[in-house]
Design a protein around this ligand. Structure first.
Ligand SMILES: [Zn+2]
Length: 163
C-alpha cells in the first residue's frame, strides 16, 4: 500500500481539536481507532524519540517555524485526550511548544502504518502552531481542524513525492 493510500484511509477519522486562548493553545489529533492489541508491540516499541527529533527538525524547517523551541515526548494512551494520537500545547509569548505523540505500544495501527501516521501527527500539530497567531475562535475549532487536516495530509503527500 502506498503512503498516500494509508493517509487517505485514516484521514476521515480525524475529528476535533481544542484551543484555549490566543496566546497559549492546545490541539489534539483525534482518531476513533479501537484500543491496540499490545502483546506484540509492548516488548519492542517501533516509534523512538529519534524519529520525533528528525521529523520535527524537518517540518519545523519546511514550515519556517525555526524561531520556536519545540519539545516532544512519546506518551502512553492515558496521557492524551480521549481518542487522541497526538497533541500540542504552545505559548506564543515564549515561542515554546510541546508535542506529545502516542507510544506505538498503544497504537491500533499496523506496524507498517505507525511511523507514517505519527509523522502525519507531527505535521498536523506543527500546522496548528503555524496558525497560532491567527485570531481563531476557541469555541469553534471545527473549521480550523478541517483546514489543518487537509493541509497536513497535502504537505506529507508532497513530501513523499519529492523523494
Ligand atoms: Zn488538530
Amino acid at each position: 500500500m502506498s503512503a498516500s493510500a494509508v493517509l487517505l484511509f485514516f484521514f476521515p477519522f480525524g475529528v476535533s481539536a481544542l484551543a484555549e486562548s490566543i496566546s497559549t493553545g492546545a490541539a489534539a489529533r483525534i482518531t476513533t481507532s479501537p484500543p491496540a492489541g499490545r502483546a506484540v508491540l509492548e516488548s519492542n516499541p517501533l516509534l523512538t524519540q529519534d524519529h520525533l527529533y528528525f521529523w520535527i527538525a524537518k517540518w519545523q524547517r519546511r514550515l519556517a517555524l525555526e524561531d520556536w523551541s519545540i519539545e516532544s515526548k512519546i506518551v502512553r494512551v492515558w496521557d492524551l485526550p480521549e481518542r487522541a494520537v497526538a497533541n500540542i500545547h504552545w505559548s506564543l509569548p515564549n515561542k515554546k511548544a510541546t508535542i506529545h505523540v502516542l507510544n506505538s505500544v498503544d497504537s491500533s495501527l499496523h506496524r507498517a502504518e505507525i511511523l507514517k501516521d505519527t509523522e502525519l501527527s507531527i505535521v498536523h500539530e506543527l500546522v496548528h502552531l503555524s496558525m497560532s497567531k491567527l485570531p481563531l475562535d476557541p469555541k469553534h475549532t471545527e473549521l480550523e481542524e478541517e483546514a489543518v487536516k487537509k493541509l497536513s495530509v497535502a504537505l506529507l503527500t508532497l513530501g513523499d513525492s519529492k523523494k
